[in-house]
Structure formats: C-alpha cells, structure tokens
Design a protein around this ligand. Structure first.
Ligand code: ATP
Length: 306
C-alpha cells in the first residue's frame, strides 16, 4: 500500500499512530489520502448533499494496471435507499466502498453524489457526508464513551448512551462494572469483533451522516450477535442512502437492491426474492451459505447436548 513516493516522515507519523493504537479506519483513510494520487482539484468545491443519491457510471478501476478489478460497473443508490453488493471473495466488493470514500480515483467512468463528480469536490466535505462502518474497527485506548463520542465530539452523555442503545450495545456496556467509563482498546478491555462493529455503528449514529457505507465483518458471528447487528444496521440505515458491502448474505435480504459482483462485473441485480427466482449465481451462493449455517447450527446442538 505504501509506495516509495510516500515521504518518510509520513511513514514515521503513521507508525507512531499505529503504535499508540490511535488509529481507526476513517483516520487511516485520511492519513493515506495524503498520497499524491488523490488530491483535491485546484478548483474543488465542498460537496453539497441534497438527498444523497449515489451513481456509479461505467466505473473501471485497477490497483495495478495489469490487473483490472472493476470492469465497467454502473448502478445507482437512490436517496434514502439501501443497495447491497455481494459476490465471491475477491470480486471487488470492498474496492467499491473504497472508491466511494475516494481512497482512490476511478480510471474510467464517474462516481457522483447528487450529480457532483467526486473528483470535483473536496475530500473533507465528502468524508464529512459519509459514515463508514468498517470491517474491523480499531478502538482508541480510551473509554467506551470516548470511542463512541468520536462520532460527534460535542455529544452529551445521554446522546452517547442513546447511540449505544440504537447500536444494540448499550446493555452490554452498562453490564460492565465501569459501564461507559470502561477502558477499551489494546491496553484496556478487548471487545469482540461484533461488539467493536456495534461501537462503530454507535459512532455513526452520533455522526448522523446522509450517506452510509457498511463494510460488513467477514468473520463468522453467532446468530444472536448477527441479529443484533442487523437490528442496529436497520435502525441506522433507515432513510439514509446506504451502500452495504456484504460478505455474508443474511444481512442483505431487506436491501432495496442487491448487486451481484463477479470478477469485477455485475452478474445479476434485483431484490432477494427476484434473485432467488432467477436461480443463478446469487441463488447458488444463498443455498450454499444456508447449508453451511445449518451444518454449523447442527454441530452446535450436538455439542450442547453432550
Ligand atoms: P472479500 O469478500 O474477500 O473481502 P472483495 O470482493 O471485497 O473480497 P476486494 O477487497 O475489493 O474484494 O479486492 C478485489 C481484488 O483487489 C482482490 O483480488 C485483491 O487482492 C485486490 N486488492 C485489494 N486491495 C488491493 C490493494 N491495495 N492493492 C492491490 N490489490 C488489491
């Protein structure tokens, strides 16, 4: 990721930040966007978000010119709606979220928000408009309250707690001896992947951005955690333009549209019911995943009855 052109003092800064555990993905994107290829245009203007419609039009992208990753992707996330991207590992799903956050620029085609080409707006205004719930949130070495409040530093204690409740993690936090004042992160209490993702959701609830990117955790979660996260996501994505990068299929059933990506191209699109009826790639992925889940549940039951 880091190229030789990156100044050494920048690497030093990044190293110190990582060592202090003071980094989370949004910050990391901000830091890495110092990289020369993504710069604000000289005449860049702040993004003016009206309703928050996202359009990808004929988007081509490659990290390495010899190996195209996205090969002409077109889709729209209508304002307030949820579009989920699914597909085999390596298909380019997370790349789509990185391009929307403008971690990289497209090589051909356009990505726009409310009709404004991402390359023509300032990165600061774009990122202020987008709430990103990453796959794996690295927490600050500080209290849970601090970690949630990071979404909006002037939020009151009540707002922080309400955000935690909406994110379905409030009860778990109150059950801790020190509640919201519990220290977390590398040097504090280690939270599980599912808990960290809900802390990230709580942050996003406070930030209340018009656009949301959810890059779902790849790791398998137990059924209860998965349901809690699903509830949290349903609440936070309501009436917000939402792009879900789904590595599991259980979270996409209610999406307004599902895009099935295969080797950098859109193979199928439709609602869950429409795609099942098509009996194509989505339907086979769905059946395979359902069998895997059933097998896991069966194993769990066998183990519990021992
Ligand atoms: P998964 O479900 O496994 O997370 P994905 O569909 O989200 O996969 P991407 O993360 O978008 O896949 O990656 C698409 C391809 O691009 C992969 O083959 C990956 O190896 C490659 N890739 C991803 N990030 C980089 C990078 N920074 N530099 C070079 N290649 C990359």
């Amino acid at each position: 990721l880091l190229q030789l052109s990156v100044p050494l003092n920048f690497i030093g800064m990044l190293y110190r930040e990582i060592r202090q555990g003071l980094i989370d993905i949004e910050q990391m994107f901000d830091l890495l966007s110092v990289r020369p290829e993504v710069e604000d245009a000289a005449d860049a203007v702040p993004l003016a978000v009206d309703k928050g419609e996202i359009v990808f039009r004929d988007v081509h992208f490659a990290y390495d010119p010899a190996r195209p990753i996205l090969k002409g992707i077109s889709f729209t996330v209508p304002a307030g709606k949820t579009v989920a991207v699914v597909g085999p590992s390596g298909a380019g799903k997370s790349t789509i979220s990185r391009l929307l956050y403008r971690f990289y620029d497209v090589q051909q085609g356009v990505i726009s928000v409310d009709g404004q080409d991402l390359r023509q707006v300032t990165q600061a205004s774009l990122r202020a408009a987008i709430g990103m719930v990453p796959q794996d949130t690295v927490l600050f070495n500080d209290t849970i309250a601090y970690n949630i409040r990071y979404g909006r530093p002037d939020a009151s204690d009540t707002e922080v707690e309400t955000a935690a409740d909406i994110a379905q993690v409030g009860r778990a936090i109150r059950d801790l001896p020190q509640g919201f004042n519990t220290l977390v992160g590398e040097r504090g209490l280690k939270l599980s992947g599912g808990e960290k993702q809900r802390v990230a959701i709580a942050r996003t609830v406070l930030k209340a951005p018009p656009i949301l990117i959810l890059d779902e955790a790849t790791s398998a979660l137990d059924t209860t955690t998965e349901q809690e996260i699903q509830t949290a996501l349903d609440l936070v994505s309501k009436n917000r333009t939402t792009l879900v990068i789904a590595h599991r299929l259980s979270t996409v059933i209610n999406a307004d549209q599902i895009i099935v990506l295969r080797a950098g191209e859109i193979a199928e699109r439709g609602t869950h019911a429409e795609l099942l009826a098509q009996n194509g790639l989505y339907a086979s992925m769905w059946n395979r995943q359902r069998e895997a889940t059933e097998a896991e549940e069966h194993l769990r039951q066998v183990r519990e009855s021992d």
